[in-house]
Design a protein around this ligand. Structure first.
Ligand SMILES: Nc1ncnc2c1ncn2[C@@H]1O[C@H](COP(=O)(O)OP(=O)(O)OP(=O)(O)O)[C@@H](O)[C@H]1O
Length: 678
């Protein structure tokens, strides 16, 4: 924490040139007159931030409380009219992104990358140990000073894992920047934790190596789908031959889709790759050497981006109108503007952006081997282990499984949970910690008023009040999403009405919905829920000093009325089973199988019915239909239903397979027991 007293009055600072901007703020170089010190001031327009003052307050508090050589700490902050000024040390080297854009478009050399990443990782280790998930790790937030000292910045979307005390398990809010965002953050299934930063760190490593993040040429919607569908990106391209095995391996360990299999930041820091990291002055001598001053660099980058924007905009408009007239897809010859796109959560915009790029755009991609590989690996990665085994089943073995397999192939291009992914873009999720009740109070942070952002003691970092927690939940999405959230808070993507029987307009729909409701309120749903719970992480507890963080849901689970006796797999010994105890389970499972089969057929019927409603359905793939911009409310409704059906088919299919597997196992046990009894 800074020893000097930085004045809390705008008059004491002389704003100079602009050196950076983000979605919510502009950053200026400035002179602190009384201290005669050059600083950077982040200026946020509070009027534009709508109701996200809590988010801003959290950023400022985090920036004031942290104290680590690799984390950018704010000197002070105060309001000036309708603006909030955050005074920070001036990082004359600028962000890694700006350095890349101005002089290293193809990425840095490995020792530079190792040095930048080691310093960034040290920051993450510190933040994670203090309960913070940064949630926006990327080259744009890695800053360098003139001596090559690296600092991680931008706590606009950071979250505290200890917000609700030691019962906090994981976060469930959709924040970050799509290219860097971990799959579990997109999916919002089981929440996420510190490991989300490890994924973003891996993406940042690729960004530093290639000069851009994977998928950065695609619009946000496409990025979401590709991250969920494709195998994780890595250093496997022809041009990556220059990188060491250790580097490739380090990236590989970060970019594992299952967060449990990713290392903690602490463990990652011990990876042999970082042995080649050098002291910070190495960065000053290499990448900072000869660079134009920050302000000048920033102006050049901005004007290049403006040119590119204008160029793309006119081409986009011309092609889009042509494509609309011909009802064709638009294949842009120019890439989506890398690094400028940021977030766009307007549904219509997202859909039209996604429609711009078709799956066969690989021909346009700059990384042909990458795209080939992705396509090749897509099926594998899209299939769960069960799917993989079912595809190995011969046709004579089981007709049901073949039906399922056919459907799977036709839907292989979908993310496993497309709705959650897309819903997350619009109905920004709340943190799942609502139910927890902290039994301690510390109002020291809350005393930081809207008008007066003062520093609080580091001891307060882990303690927040219930009130603040609620505030954090309300504001735990990026500031720039707030207005969009308002716009779509009623869930334009999946309108309430879609679920409502009132809006069901056809017999098929009605039948389908009826079955849906029946099954969801009955044992099937419960059985499914149990299965999901079983599958979810076993409580993963990390002890950090006096804190305990666990990624699993520790809230007391209510009793389930499942009619399924859970099969205990390897832990159950056949000897302990009797025919009488197993038989009811088998019968129940068989019964459920039958119900699910009916359900499944109904879904399939309904799915094809929906397809028929779409113009030109025989030639149009489901993927294309979902990416089309609906022209009428009816089309929009059908598109939404299609997505819902897609999800239902996938989950029912998986459930059915699981049940079948269990059936098989139980039948085997039953046979063994019967034989023994005989
Ligand atoms: N202390 C600093 N010294 C020098 N440059 C800075 C400093 N802080 C920020 N910048 C520059 O300003 C840019 C934008 O800052 P920042 O990321 O904090 O804004 P933001 O609105 O939170 O952005 P976003 O949310 O889009 O990441 C940074 O990428 C960096 O280039």
């Amino acid at each position: 924490m800074s020893e000097r007293k930085f004045p809390l009055n705008a008059k004491d600072y002389k704003l100079q040139e602009e050196i950076g901007d983000g979605v919510s703020a502009t950053v200026h170089k400035a002179l602190c007159i009384p201290l005669n010190e050059v600083v950077a001031i982040k200026v946020l327009d509070l009027e534009k931030c709508n109701n996200d003052l809590d988010g801003i307050r959290r950023e400022v508090q985090t920036m004031s409380l942290i104290n680590h050589p690799n984390v950018l700490q704010a000197h002070c902050s105060f309001t000036a009219g309708h603006q909030l000024w955050v005074v920070m040390p001036y990082m004359a080297g600028g962000s890694c992104l700006h350095i890349i854009k101005s002089s290293y478009q193809d990425g840095f050399e490995e020792p530079v990358i190792a040095t930048l990443l080691r310093e960034t990782l040290r920051a993450l280790v510190y933040l994670h140990a203090h309960g913070h998930i940064h949630r926006d790790v990327k080259a744009g937030n890695i800053l360098l000073d003139s001596n090559g000292v690296v600092k991680l910045a931008d706590f606009g979307v950071s979250a505290c894992m200890f917000d609700t005390g030691d019962r906090q398990r994981s976060r469930n809010t959709f924040v970050g920047t799509p290219c860097w965002m971990a799959p579990e953050v997109m999916q919002q299934l089981h929440g996420y934790d510190f490991k989300a930063d490890v994924w973003s760190f891996g993406i940042t490593a690729l960004e530093l190596a290639h000069g851009h993040a994977p998928f950065s040429k695609y619009p946000p919607m496409k990025v979401l789908l590709m991250t969920l569908q494709n195998a994780p990106p890595g250093l496997d391209y022809e041009r990556d031959k220059r990188f060491s095995k250790a580097f490739k391996e380090m990236v590989g360990t970060c970019l594992v889709k299952d967060p449990k299999k990713r290392p903690t930041s602490e463990k990652l820091l011990k990876h042999p790759f970082f042995k080649q990291a050098r002291p910070p002055d190495y960065l000053a001598k290499t990448i900072l050497n000869g660079l134009p001053p920050l302000g000048e660099r920033y102006r050049t980058i901005k004007s290049k981006e403006a040119d590119l924007l204008m160029q793309n905009k006119s081409e986009y408009e011309a092609h889009l109108s042509q494509a609309r007239i011909r009802k064709q897809k638009f294949h842009p010859s120019q890439e989506y503007i890398r690094g400028i796109s940021a977030w766009n959560f307007n549904l219509e915009d997202l859909k039209s952006q996604a429609a711009l790029i078709s799956d066969d755009d690989s021909s346009h991609a700059e990384e042909p081997d990458f795209n080939r590989k992705q396509c090749g690996r897509l099926d594998e990665s899209a299939l769960s282990p069960e799917r993989a085994s079912s595809s190995a089943t011969t046709p004579s073995q089981d007709d049901e499984l073949n039906d399922i397999h056919d459907l799977e192939s036709s839907f292989a291009s979908f993310p496993s949970k497309p709705l959650q992914a897309l819903k997350g873009c619009f109905d920004i999720g709340e943190d799942e910690d609502n139910a927890t009740t902290p039994d301690w109070k510390d109002a020291s942070l809350m005393s930081t008023g809207q008008q007066n952002f003062t520093k609080a003691s580091i001891g307060s970092l882990a303690h927040t009040t219930k009130e603040e927690d609620t505030a954090a939940q309300n504001s735990s999405l990026p500031r720039h999403l707030i207005s969009e959230q308002k716009k779509y808070s009623s869930g334009s993507l999946i309108p309430e009405s879609t679920y409502s029987p009132k809006r069901i307009s056809t017999e098929v729909d009605r039948e389908f919905q009826l079955r849906r409701y029946q099954s969801y309120s009955g044992s099937l749903y419960r059985a499914k829920k149990d299965t999901v719970d079983e599958m979810s992480d076993s409580p993963h507890v990390e002890h950090k000093g006096r804190f305990k963080v666990t990624s699993a849901d520790l809230s007391p689970k209510g009793s389930t009325n499942s009619t399924v006796t859970p099969f205990t797999g390897g832990s159950s010994s056949p000897i302990s089973l009797t025919t009488a105890s197993v038989l009811p389970s088998v019968q129940s499972l068989l019964q459920q199988n039958t119900i699910q089969r009916v359900n499944f057929k109904s879904i399939r019927k309904n799915h094809f019915y929906s397809l028929k409603q779409q113009p030109g359905s025989p030639e149009t793939s489901v993927d294309e239909l979902l990416q089309m911009t609906p022209a009428t409310p009816r089309e929009r409704e059908l598109q939404t239903q299609l997505m819902l059906l897609q999800q239902s088919v996938l989950s029912q299919t998986e459930e059915l397979k699981k049940q079948k597997q269990r059936n098989g196992q139980l039948e085997n046990q039953l046979n063994a027991l019967t034989q023994r009894n005989d």
